[in-house]
Design a protein around this ligand. Structure first.
Ligand code: 5GP
Length: 188
């Protein structure tokens, strides 16, 4: 588990699949180059636009599990049938260098990080409504119906957990959400 006495700041961005976490985080990184986003490992297949080593490190289940056994993940979780995890080393290195680190992860992972980094800041991103979330997930057009149903089911559970977070942000209007997030993270 991670140390709590690192000089950098750890921020977790969580919230249901399809809520727009990725878009928000990408805008934030573009506007604040000092931030560093952890690249997660996953066993899911790449989608169009995914680049191995950039959007995710794509691993087969065997290699992912070996990395779990070796203690190589800061946190990991199963989501909609696939494994996702935050490689420990790069996060610890960036924090030790005093960098601000962002993790964009689902609820179970956020809970694990809360235990290992109680001083971290955790933001929950929620949609204006469940109907809007479903519209966004379907609108992406990247998942089959079965995967969409798994993600929607999980979204119901995740939305019940918003009170666990340090801050909750509604992602309705993107520009507004970015500026609210900047304010929450004191990015000015
Ligand atoms: P997607 O398959 O849509 O890229 O991601 C599915 C979910 O997994 C999203 O909610 C995303 O935030 C989450 N996720 C991505 N990387 C990680 C990770 O390293 N750990 C955990 N726990 N969740 C992750």
């Amino acid at each position: 588990m991670g140390s709590t006495s690192t000089p950098g700041r750890l921020t977790v961005i969580s919230g249901p699949s399809g809520v727009g976490k990725g878009t928000l985080v990408a805008s934030l990184l573009q506007r604040h180059p000092g931030l560093w986003l952890s690249v997660s490992a996953t066993t899911r297949a790449p989608r169009p636009g995914d680049i191995d080593g950039v959007t995710y490190r794509f691993l087969d289940r065997e290699r992912f599990e070996a990395q779990v056994q070796a203690g190589g993940f800061l946190e990991w979780a199963e989501f909609a049938g696939y494994l996702y995890g935050t490689p420990r080393g790069p996060v610890e290195d960036h924090l030790a260098q005093g960098r601000s680190v962002l993790l964009e992860i689902e609820l179970e992972g956020a809970r694990q990080v809360r235990r290992s980094f109680p001083d971290g800041f955790q933001v929950f991103i929620k949609p204006p409504s469940f109907e809007e979330l479903e519209r966004r997930i379907r609108g992406r057009g990247t998942e089959r119906e079965e995967a969409i149903q798994r993600r929607l089911g999980r979204a119901h559970q995740e939305l019940e957990a918003e009170a666990e977070f340090d801050a909750v942000l509604v992602n309705g209007d993107l520009d507004q959400a970015i500026s609210n997030l900047e304010e929450l993270l004191n990015l000015g």
